[in-house]
Ligand binder design. Structure first.
Ligand code: PLP
Length: 460
């Protein structure tokens, strides 16, 4: 391919003509170049015009160990030359066996069975399907419903989209899979007035809502509850103290499975292998994806407790579900090498040691009139933007449209920071840097966000 055909302008033009970008208003590029990223190194990426950006979102919560890791590329090449592909239907391959064993050894408690998929949505679909078939096989065929939280994102395939709690991305595809119902999320900043000063009471109120919902639906009809350890969509809602412990008790009381959707939080984002470890609860199922290979090759998984595979071990029994590329040998080999890096370089400890500095660096932004709250844990933070700090008044739809899409997203990108401006709940900026980052990148992030928010406030 000629150098000219790889130039920024040419790539952008061809992208406009042929590339259908995800969740993207294509018309927004009618008058601007489509940004095309061509290279990465550590916590930074470069576009086709040679400009550098800080990876403030790790790609999409993916690139945990940073870019340019030749050892991961080499492992992929070696595996592709040895055995490029074989499915996980009827026979196994060595990287999948090793990876399943490794994940089982890392996962909390009796989560020892790993069903691979290619992405997070498929992992969520798989978890719901497993719950449904499991209950059919164990004499409770009426249990098919799933409970999840308002504004939570669990994926886009029809089952996962049904579990997702964002009406805006669901309605065009209705009717969806029946039996998916919602409860409140743990957005303490927007707690009812009478709970604003009591985080633990707020947590009890949130967990009680799950019990209320189970009773409203009829416990005999509820299969599982899907929760992220820290809810991403809405801008990083950590769990209040005691929340997950109470949810666990509720699930046990009514025989409902607890699924920890760790597509974002697994493999160190919160300074632990799993969010369940950080917040001290035992799920029945964990879904993982994104960071498992740091993005060097796609793979995901649904991990289940020993108890859940039992009915499937009987003669003639099987889980009636499979995906051609799931657990791909190249991706499985890369995942093992990626876990080696996370372990070998002590990245979990690194996150735990540095998360305090990350938080306090971001908290400096609280002196800006537009910053209402900084929330999150580990290397996973949301910055909520408000019109009035005193009253916590948020922006209306039109203001939010201008602020996030009209100004902040392009301005932050132009200033060299890739992060996410989101108004699926109230307007937020989200940051989740690679786990290799430290104070230097935190400061760079804070300074870029500060200057862009200061400019935005002047223009409001
Ligand atoms: N679950 C959660 C919590 C997610 O954050 C995502 C994606 O962001 C998904 C599921 C869907 O994953 P994927 O985009 O790999 O299908």
């Amino acid at each position: 391919m000629s150098t000219d055909s790889l130039s920024g302008a040419s790539l952008s033009e061809r992208a406009r003509r042929h590339l259908w970008m995800h969740f993207t208003r294509m018309a927004s590029y009618d008058e601007h170049e489509v940004p095309v990223l061509v290279r990465g190194d550590g916590a930074y990426v470069w576009d086709s015009n040679g400009k550098r950006y800080l990876e403030g979102l790790s790609g999409l919560f993916v690139v945990l160990v940073g870019h340019g890791r030749h050892e991961l590329a080499n492992v992929a090449a070696k595996q592709a030359s040895e055995l490029a592909y074989t499915p996980l239907w009827s026979y196994a391959h060595a990287p999948a066996v090793e990876l399943a064993e490794r994940l089982a050894s890392l996962a909390p408690g009796d989560i020892n069975r790993v069903f691979f998929t290619t992405g997070g949505s498929e992992a969520v679909e798989t978890a719901w399907k497993l719950a449904r078939q499991y209950f059919r096989m164990t004499g409770e065929p009426g249990r098919y419903k799933v409970i999840s939280r308002d504004i939570a994102y669990h994926g886009t395939t029809m089952g996962a989209l049904s579990v997702t709690g964002l009406p805006g991305i669901k309605t065009p595809f209705e009717p969806l899979v029946p039996g998916a119902v919602r409860v409140v999320n743990t957005d303490f900043y927007r707690a009812p007035d009478y709970l604003r000063d009591d985080y633990e009471a707020f947590g009890r109120w949130c967990a009680d809502d799950i019990e209320r919902r189970i009773l409203m639906e009829g416990p005999e009809s509820v299969a599982c509850v899907f929760l992220e350890p820290v809810q991403n969509s809405g801008g990083c809602f950590p769990p209040p103290p005691g929340y997950f412990q109470q949810v666990r008790e509720i699930c046990d009381r009514y025989g409902v499975l607890l699924v920890s959707d760790e597509v974002i939080t697994a493999f160190g984002r919160l300074g632990h292998w799993f969010g369940a470890d950080r917040y001290g609860f035992q799920p029945d199922i964990i879904t993982v994806a994104k960071g498992m290979t740091s993005g060097y090759s796609p793979i995901a998984a649904m991990m289940a407790s020993d108890r859940l595979i039992e009915p499937f071990l009987g003669e003639k029994a099987s889980f009636l579900h499979g995906i051609t590329f799931a657990g791909h040998p190249v991706s499985a080999a890369v995942a093992l090498a990626n876990l080696d890096i996370i372990e070998g370089e002590g990245l979990l400890e690194h996150v735990r040691e540095n998360e305090g500095v990350f938080r306090s660096t971001l908290e400096k932004l609280l002196d800006l009139p537009i910053v209402g709250e900084i929330r999150g844990d580990g290397y996973f933070y949301g910055i909520e933007l408000v019109k009035d700090k005193e009253t916590r008044e948020t922006f209306n739809d039109e203001e939010s449209e201008w602020l996030l899409r009209g100004f902040l997203s392009p301005a932050l990108f132009d200033a060299g920071l890739i992060c996410r401006c989101d108004d699926r709940g109230d307007p937020v900026i989200q940051v989740a840097p690679p786990l290799i980052c430290g104070p230097e990148q935190f400061t760079e992030m804070e300074q870029i966000i500060r200057s862009v928010l200061t400019e935005a406030w002047k223009r409001i």
